[in-house]
Design a binder for this molecule. Sequence first.
Ligand code: CMP
Length: 139
Amino acid sequence: MKEQTLLMIKPDAVRARRIGKILDQVEQVFQIVGLRMKRFQRDEAERFYAVHRGKPFFETLVDFITSGPVVGVLLEGEGVIQKLRDFIGATDPAKAAPGTIRALYGTSITENAVHASDSPESAAYEIPFFFNEEERRAA
Ligand code: CMP
């Protein structure tokens, strides 16, 4: 089934000037149908990561994600949600398979370069933080 998902390039990778390299690798495999740079306000970041509220790393995560601009990338394709998760690698860069985005560009479990939606439900929740309905349809 054709799906859409969200890839987010995080502030560490933006600061390290990896946007181009990451987009290049992603584009060789996936179809990019939307692109937007933004900086999260604290309340918006807390809503984006609402599923992690109450966990010990929540404040650190929100501090980090609001520390600089991020890039939202809308991707579309058959089974793209799971395929992109496999492509970026495990959450902890130290455990991510060689050649994956997090293994290449992540430096810690917090500063792990990218985020990707992990299910159709999280994609439906996360995509609107970057792209409106009209932009999704035009893709
Ligand atoms: P991400 O894919 O953006 O989704 C939630 C983020 O929380 C995750 O990447 C990590 O950066 C962070 N995270 C998840 N688990 C932990 C953990 N055990 N300790 C610290 N940060 C974590």
